[in-house]
Design a protein around this ligand. Structure first.
Ligand SMILES: [Zn+2]
Length: 214
């Protein structure tokens, strides 16, 4: 429907909450994930494939992170891995903005969206609201995972049948729970969803902060 040129350079990609084991890192062995991500970093010259920056330029200890690009078949509910790209930590945070909001890092995401797409705060707000709406709709369904892309060149990973893989994923994920023995008063936790809702709430006053111009 929309022309390719209408797709912004940087946009939010939220994974539906009903997608289980929906990231490559937890679906393959840790050693395989390392192979995949280092191939990805090298192919991109250790620079962000969206903004050209690196994590070290942004104050991080690492340069890039591997981001999974998913295609969602909204009719058959298949979540298919269609690509892997290297992103700087800031662009990667924008992709998973729900998480960024939950840890209070939304301002950096807004600034990055404004800088890369040359967007106003209104365009940013509209885009984020639309992304969350799509996330809400997609989270109503169960999704089948298709990561067959990894079994082909250049990755050539021998993927086990899903049932076995899920079992292994659980095994890798399992971590013993730490018992807290301290008697210090616990900080009141704000649920991540509440934080997201607060950020997405339409503003009554238009006190939009403009990102610094460069
Ligand atoms: Zn970037």
């Amino acid at each position: 429907m929309c022309a390719k040129s209408n797709i912004p350079k940087l946009f939010v990609e939220l994974v539906p909450s009903t997608c289980h084991f929906s990231n490559v890192r937890t679906t393959v062995k840790p050693s395989e994930w390392d192979t995949i991500r280092f191939m990805c970093y090298e192919a991109a010259g250790n620079k962000c494939e969206i903004c050209g920056s690196t994590g070290k330029q942004q104050g991080y200890k690492h340069n890039v992170e591997c981001h999974e690009i998913w295609d969602y078949d909204d009719e058959n509910h298949i979540q298919k891995l269609v690509g892997l790209i290297s992103l700087c930590p800031t662009c990667h945070q924008v992709k998973h903005i729900g998480r960024a909001i939950a840890i209070g890092k939304q301002t950096a995401c807004f600034i990055q969206l404004a800088k890369v797409n040359k967007w106003t705060q209104k365009q940013i707000d509209d885009h984020i609201l639309a992304a969350f709406e799509l996330h809400k709709q997609r989270s109503k369904h169960q999704w089948e995972l298709d990561i067959s892309m990894l079994s082909k060149a250049p990755y050539n990973i021998k993927l086990k049948p899903m049932k076995e893989r899920v079992f292994e994923v659980k095994k890798f994920k399992k971590k013993p729970k730490k018992k807290t023995t301290s008697s210090a008063p616990k900080k009141k936790k704000v649920h991540p969803k509440a934080k997201i809702a607060a950020v997405l709430k339409p503003k009554t006053k238009t006190t939009t902060k403009r990102p610094p111009k460069k």
